[in-house]
Write a protein that binds this ligand. Structure first.
Ligand code: 5AD
Length: 474
């Protein structure tokens, strides 16, 4: 089930849409109406909420429709080539719009802005603003100067773009209040950047070094989110479980957030296996509101490939970790990320991944073909030498395997009663609700009187597919 929405963190292939409602800035002559379009991971959705907060604090408005905007900011992803291709195609469309609406300001923000820099401006010279993830405080200044067509400290004429690409280890946006879409689930960034340096990965180069937000502030944020009506909080970080604040670690944070009154569920994504400490496992095992679901990216089942990827664990260590997790938390749901066709991956090495997936039986998996990223360590040190056809064939094999495993795991739940947090009306049938189980499985069931979105209900599972549990409330 490649690219299915688990956490949208890995739903790279479609824009997450405008996550933001219209913000309520006091309109003045310098007020810009900004439409933010988000691609890529959940961290980007969270960053778009942050951008909306910064813009609103500075007298601008966010609008829910492009037609109402005089600025469009495309928040982009650089993780694989197809994510960047998608954005380039979108920019071409936006340029058509700009021909009809010459004052339209087009901005490219986020990871791809940071990754491509000058190349982006060569490919899309009509872009007015290029801004990386650590520079969003400059957005209001950039919009003002673009609107005036004058900028004093960056040499530009009214046709020059505004470029803000400095990575800043001290930038954590701790003082900014994001503007979130109302709903059941809120995303809370607890850490920015990444220090891991996996050889395939562009993230450290586009998001900079790792930094954590203060624990006390995060707990206050969660209390505010509960007051605003959110039932579930998802803690976000590139390697979320390497969180540190003075002496506190990720387990301490989980306990502290889990204790917030009125919060039904806490989730987090994505942890790194090397940082899966006992402290984290204890908190998952014993804090009632921390969901028993772990997204634990494996990437490859071959120790040799893991070494080339610089994942800092062996296949055996990963297997031992999974055994320990299942011992401590017997009903835990485990999901993963897999890359096939990494540099030099042999048939045997691929089969080790296949076998590992067959042995571990993940609840679900995001599976990708290796996509070489300029600037990464792998790009410098290794050849991207697995032919595209071989990558595709390997991907097909593991998708088929995982579909069967997911279907079998779900089939096993028939007759069980699961607790579901209602998230909304089923898209296919307005008489039904959909929601998630603790293990992040989607459940669909007929509405019953006296239940509403945000309620926790018990559902008895009657039938299943590889992706959904279908049943009745009991
Ligand atoms: N090619 C393919 N997949 C990648 N990922 C990260 N970088 C690459 C790349 N260069 C995948 C990993 C990671 C997920 C977010 O995206 O599986 O866990």
């Amino acid at each position: 089930m490649q690219n299915q929405t688990l956490f949208p963190l890995y739903n790279k292939d479609k824009p997450a849409g405008d996550p933001l409602q219209a913000s309520q800035a006091e309109a003045s002559s310098h007020t810009r109406r900004v439409y933010i379009e988000t691609y890529g991971c959940q961290m980007n959705v969270s960053d778009s909420e942050l951008m909306a907060g910064i813009l609103t604090q500075n007298g601008h408005q966010t609008v829910p429709h492009l037609d109402d905007a005089d600025v469009v900011l495309v928040n982009t992803c650089a993780i694989r080539e197809n994510a960047e291709t998608k954005v380039i195609n979108r920019l071409v469309q936006l340029n058509h719009r700009k021909r009809r609406q010459p004052d339209l300001i087009i901005g490219v923000c986020g990871c791809m802005a940071q990754h491509l820099r000058d190349k982006l401006l060569d490919a899309a010279p009509y872009v007015d603003l290029v801004m990386g993830p650590d520079a969003y405080r400059n957005l209001p200044m950039a919009l003002d100067s673009l609107a005036r067509g004058v900028e004093s400290h960056v040499s530009m004429t009214d046709r020059d773009p505004f470029v803000g690409l400095r990575l800043d280890k001290s930038e954590d946006y701790a003082d900014i209040a994001p503007i979130r879409k109302e709903g059941i689930r809120a995303w809370l960034t607890i850490q920015r950047g990444c220090d891991k340096m996996c050889t395939f990965c562009i993230v450290p180069f586009v998001r900079g070094r790792e930094r954590s937000l203060p624990l006390k502030l995060l707990v206050e944020d969660v209390e505010k989110l509960v007051d605003q009506g959110f039932k579930e909080v998802v803690l976000l970080g590139q390697t979320v479980n390497s969180y540190r604040d003075n002496g506190a670690d990720f387990g301490d944070l989980l306990y502290a957030v889990g204790d917030v009154n009125g919060l039904e569920r806490v989730r987090f994504t994505s942890p790194h296996p090397a940082d899966a400490t006992d402290s984290m496992i204890d908190a998952m095992a014993s804090s009632a509101s921390v969901c028993k679901h772990l997204h634990l990216p494996l990437q490859s089942g071959s120790t040799q490939v893991l070494e080339r990827m610089r994942r800092t664990y062996t296949a055996e260590e990963y297997r031992n970790l999974v055994s320990k997790l299942r011992e401590r938390i017997p009903d835990i749901a485990i999901t993963t990320d897999i890359i096939v066709g990494f540099c030099g991956e042999t048939d045997d090495e691929f089969m080790e991944t296949y076998q590992m997936m067959a042995d571990i039986c993940y609840d679900s998996a995001f599976m990708f073909k290796y996509s070489e990223r300029e600037g990464t360590l792998a790009h410098k040190a290794f050849l991207d030498d697995v032919p595209e056809t071989v990558k595709s064939e390997r991907l097909k094999q593991i998708i088929e395997l995982q579909e069967n495993i997911s279907a079998a795991i779900n089939r096993d739940t028939v007759g069980d009663t699961v607790t579901v947090l209602i998230e909304g009306e089923s898209r296919r049938n307005a008489d039904k609700y959909h929601g998630k189980t603790d293990g992040f499985k989607t459940a669909v069931f007929p509405k019953v009187p006296d239940t509403k979105i945000g309620d926790m209900v018990n559902v008895r599972v009657d039938t299943t597919t590889a992706h959904t549990l279908i049943g009745l409330t009991v």
